[in-house]
Design a protein around this ligand. Structure first.
Ligand code: AMP
Length: 171
């Protein structure tokens, strides 16, 4: 989706040296671009007949909740540790340095649901794979994953094999 590329800002050395951070805040400031993104995801995923959208903290909430509203589907958050107040499950995964953990409420998805997972960016795929594990631990199926940006050179899609992956901009 070429028409949103100019709304993705490269910030070198953020949050640490050597990382080029993809800043999507200009997209949030452009309602027409948000509508195009939401429409593209909706078109790509509707045939899969999802029953719920799951968004990954924190930028996955922004795109995921808007998509859920547009598709008239429920939304559930996957969050970083210590943020969710109710009964929850956790999954830990490897980061470039150290380990990360993600959590989801036990009633975040129901057994047998067909879930689409949303985040702003796919890098190594570790975060999205952990979100899939949470959904699957609760007995639901991840039928698709949507990203506004995919850093193709990191091969993150390999970690998500077997599900439909929709990336709107490849960088
Ligand atoms: P990964 O688990 O390596 O696929 O990393 C994906 C997660 O980290 C997503 O939630 C992204 O928001 C964030 N992320 C990773 N790399 C970047 C980047 N270069 N710019 C912005 N966000 C990033």
């Amino acid at each position: 989706m070429e028409s949103i590329k100019h709304l993705i800002r490269d910030i070198p050395d953020f949050p640490k040296k050597g990382i080029i951070f993809k800043d999507i805040t200009p997209i949030l400031g452009d309602p027409a671009a948000m509508a195009r993104i939401t429409g593209a995801f909706e078109q790509a995923f509707s045939a899969l007949q999802p029953t719920r959208i799951v968004g990954i903290e924190s930028r996955g909430f922004l795109f995921g909740a808007v998509l859920a509203g547009a598709m008239n589907l429920p939304f559930s958050p996957v969050r970083k540790p210590g943020k969710l107040p109710y009964e929850k499950i956790s999954v830990s995964y490897s980061l470039e340095y150290g380990e990360g953990t993600l959590e989801m409420h036990t009633d975040g998805v129901s057994r047998g649901e067909r879930v689409v997972v949303l985040d702003d960016l796919l890098a190594t795929g570790g975060t999205a794979a952990a979100a899939c594990q949470l959904v699957e631990k609760l007995g639901a199926q991840v039928v698709g994953l949507g990203f506004v940006i995919e850093l193709g050179f990191l091969d993150g899609a390999k970690k998500l094999a077997g599900r439909k992956i929709v990336s709107l901009v490849k960088a």
